[in-house]
Structures are given as structure tokens and as C-alpha cells.
Ligand binder design. Structure first.
Ligand SMILES: Nc1ncnc2c1ncn2[C@@H]1O[C@H](COP(=O)(O)OP(=O)(O)OP(=O)(O)O)[C@@H](O)[C@H]1O
Length: 216
């Protein structure tokens, strides 16, 4: 069953085509890794896909999109802002409800940073900030994850742990990533992007790292 289908996607900057025309059909249960060299068009594709599927998805953008002045709790809570009334969100800004604190705290615990619940996001390291954006995406509880380099700032063991968590928490995902070994280990389908076009689209089980390295 299809999770989403797009066709004729294109993107240009300054009159220069950087993506497409590109068509993509993603089935429910697909865990897609977008791979390819820097500048190939992966981030542009993730952005366009998010525009197409919209609120249905959880997004981890490359720039993370965090509000630095707010504590970690509030940044994670933003994953569900559109599920609550304005008064509930306003009240949460000042005095968060215990039930929400408990859920966010548990999620942060799974990401190894429960003690940072009330730390201003500006005071976190790059890898911690990345995990806050991941927590926000998981907290959203959607079926589809769109993520752009979500583990690029994490050390090896933590990157494996987070990739396993994302695999288990989202039915379907499209994740841009540079680490080919992680892509093969945690994704079921590898899509290689070259010059804004699909140059490879294969199940992970049919590929080894050297097949993908030809894209670089
Ligand atoms: N805002 C922008 N203005 C002009 N050109 C852009 C802009 N954003 C992206 N591009 C260009 O579009 C192309 C694709 O960029 P994109 O960020 O999608 O690549 P990428 O595969 O995600 O790279 P990376 O792995 O380095 O993040 C590049 O040539 C880039 O220079």
C-alpha cells in the first residue's frame, strides 16, 4: 500500500535546475535512505516532499528548527502544537502539565538526555540539539518521518541507537544520510540521488557499500 506518491517534482535556484523532474512512490513500511554526494539534491527533495505531504509527516530539517530561547521540554512539545487548543499551548508555555512532562521526559530518557528537560536549547551541544529535534519528531507520533541528516552530529554508538529508535517509531521514513553503513543497516530501500535525479533505487538487501560509493 502506498504511503505517498509524487511526480514531476522540480526545483531551480537562480534559473538553474537542481532537482528533477523526479517521481517517487513510497510504500507503507518503506524505510528509505536518500544517499548521494553533497549538493546532489537530497535536502531539496526532503523539503519538497514535506511540502507535498505536509502535516501528515514528522520532519527533522537539517537546520533542526529549534527555538533556542526555550527549554528542551517546550521544543519537544512543539511536535504536537497543532493537536491542542490555543489556551492549552499558552498554558503549557508557562506551566506545563504533569502528564506532558512525563511523556517528554521518558522520551528524552530514551535519547540519553532526561536530565536536560529544562535546559535552554541554546545551552546544548550539537549532538544534544539534534536529539531534541529527533524527540520532537517522535513526540509528534505520525506514521511518516522525513529527516535530513538526523544523526550527523552523533557519535557512532549513539547514531546506531537513534537510527534503531527511528526505525521502530515510524512506520515509514525517508531519511537523507551520508553514512552508507548506517543506511544499509537501518533502511530497507536505498535511493541514490545524483545531479538532482534518481540514479539508484534498490532494496538494501541487494546492495553492499561499494555499490553505493559509486555515487560519490
Ligand atoms: N537556497 C539555495 N539557493 C541557491 N542554491 C541552492 C539553495 N539550496 C540548495 N541549493 C543548491 O541546490 C543543489 C542541491 O542542494 P541540496 O542542499 O539539496 O543538496 P544535498 O544533497 O542535500 O547536499 P548536502 O548533503 O551537502 O546537504 C546544490 O547545488 C545547492 O548549491
Amino acid at each position: 500500500m502506498s504511503a505517498f506518491e509524487v511526480s514531476g517534482l522540480t526545483a531551480s535556484f537562480g534559473g538553474e535546475r537542481v532537482l528533477g523532474p523526479l517521481s517517487l512512490s513510497v510504500d507503507k513500511g518503506d524505510k528509505v535512505a536518500l544517499v548521494g554526494r553533497s549538493g546532489a539534491g537530497k535536502s531539496t527533495l526532503i523539503r519538497l516532499l514535506y511540502q507535498q505531504v505536509g502535516q501528515q509527516a514528522s520532519l527533522v530539517p537539517q537546520d533542526l528548527g529549534l527555538v533556542n530561547a526555550l527549554p528542551v521540554f517546550h521544543n519537544v512539545f512543539m511536535g504536537q502544537l497543532d493537536r491542542h487548543s490555543t489556551w492549552y499551548n499558552g498554558w503549557t508555555l508557562i506551566r506545563p502539565f504533569a502528564a506532558d512532562q512525563s511523556v517528554v521526559s521518558q522520551l528524552l530518557g530514551e535519547l540519553g538526555m532526561a536530565e536536560k528537560l529544562w535546559t535552554p536549547t541554546a545551552a546544548l551541544s550539537g549532538g544534544q540539539r539534534q536529539r531534541v529535534a529527533i524527540a520532537r519528531a517522535i513526540y509528534r507520533q505520525s506514521d511518516l518521518l522525513l529527516a535530513d541528516e538526523p544523526v550527523s552530529a552523533l557519535d557512532g554508538p549513539r547514531a546506531h541507537q537513534v537510527m534503531a529508535l527511528l526505525r521502530d517509531r515510524f512506520a515509514t521514513s525517508v531519511v537523507a544520510m551520508h553514512d552508507v553503513e548506517l543506511a544499509l543497516a537501518y533502511c530497507t530501500r536505498i535511493i541514490g540521488i545524483q545531479n538532482g535525479m534518481v540514479a539508484l533505487d534498490e532494496p538494501s538487501e541487494r546492495l553492499v557499500a561499494s555499490d553505493i560509493m559509486s555515487l560519490y
